[in-house]
Design a protein around this ligand. Structure first.
Ligand code: BTN
Length: 243
């Protein structure tokens, strides 16, 4: 897969989407600094830019079959990133559908966006942002509503380029497997890191007890009306009890 590094851009997802719109093939684009990084639901993705290794921001662009069910893709990617960074499975947890938590605070997030392509293809962009270095004590933490965790708490020597070198080949393999097998092979791996399992949560208008995920990656919510499968790009999960 072609790799490109930019010193600065608005958003690596925007770069990757434009590349696919222009007919480009598989690409991994990373940036030292994003001036308009975005998260899900129109939120800004704020990163500390105090030096190159404060955070890692990158996107993978890939043309995929138009009919492929992407509902579990962010979960498969989350499992892959967590397994590379925390192979013992002790400290990184995943919060459906796109958050990585380390020791109870947000370590990173995944933003998947798509663009229609000709010939039964769809351009898929997987954007990943990871905090590498802890915020300095004087930093304003108000934007980090789920707390701020840094990979250097797990691996003090973590740098952006070394972390990307560890992740890139494994992500490529995950994407190839996902294209043929869907999310099902990651269902058990997700269950091992599921931050919400057994907790009271709110998903959109619904509240209930998080009951794992389906083979498609839908969140299973146990409610008084039974187990409801929840999915959709606009949904997010809120823990009703603190960690
Ligand atoms: C979220 O937590 O809502 C997802 C955050 C995703 C952030 C990454 S950083 C690289 C890529 N470029 C962006 O503008 N967003 C994603």
């Amino acid at each position: 897969m072609e790799r490109r590094h930019l010193a600065e851009c608005g958003s690596t997802n925007t770069e990757a989407l434009a590349h696919l719109r222009d007919g480009g093939g598989p690409l991994l684009v990373s940036a030292s600094r994003q001036t308009a990084g975005r998260g899900r639901l129109g939120r800004a993705w704020l990163t500390d830019h105090a030096g190159d290794d404060a955070s890692l921001t990158f996107s993978v662009a890939l043309p995929m079959p138009a009919g492929l069910d992407l509902s579990g893709l962010s979960l498969a990617i989350g499992c892959t990133v967590a397994d590379v960074l925390d192979p013992a499975g002790e400290r990184i947890r995943l919060k459906w559908p796109n958050d990585l938590f380390l020791d109870g605070a947000k370590l990173g997030g995944i933003l998947i966006e798509t663009v229609p392509l000709p010939d039964q293809r769809r351009g898929v962009v997987i954007g990943i942002g990871l905090n590498l270095r802890p915020l300095p004590p004087e930093a304003d933490r108000s934007a980090f509503t789920s707390g701020h965790a840094a990979l250097q708490a797990l691996d003090p020597a973590a740098t952006a380029s070394a972390t990307l070198d560890r992740l890139a080949p494994v992500l490529r393999a995950t994407l190839a497997d996902f294209e043929t097998l869907g999310f099902a092979p990651w269902q058990a791996a997700f269950a091992r890191r599921d931050l919400a399992a057994g907790r009271r949560v709110r998903v959109g208008e619904q509240t209930g007890i998080a009951h794992g995920v389906s083979p498609r990656g839908e969140l299973l919510l146990a409610t008084t009306a039974g187990i409801l499968p929840m999915s959709g790009g606009e949904l997010s999960l809120r823990l009703e009890t603190s960690l």
